[in-house]
Design a protein. Sequence first.
Length: 130
Amino acid sequence: MMELHIQVAWLFLLAIPVACIAWTVTHEEIFKEPRDFCARRSKQNKTIWGRKFFYVFICEYCFSHYVTVLMLIFTGYKFLLDDWRGYVLAGFSIVWIANIYMALFALIKVDVNLERLQYKNEQEEAKKNE
């Protein structure tokens, strides 16, 4: 079993690709069409299971659980305990850290978009005043 400080480092590092993948699939333009399809199906599907299945692909929190499971299969990472409970602890811990990363990224992205909008408005005002 890894030392605790190594496990914690792994926890924070594994949450980075989980957050990146979950955010990209649920927010970025490259996945807009599949996400729009899933959003429609999550509202219009006749069965509750169908609605929930498609909702997973539009919710970064929900999707991060599935990405985390794949990451745990890929890496075999366990947190604190060396049996199946270590996988459970790792799974929920990675999801939690990944969602903190995504929340921080969302705040930064909003700030950047606001600055761009302010800059654009200033440029337009400057052109009007010329």
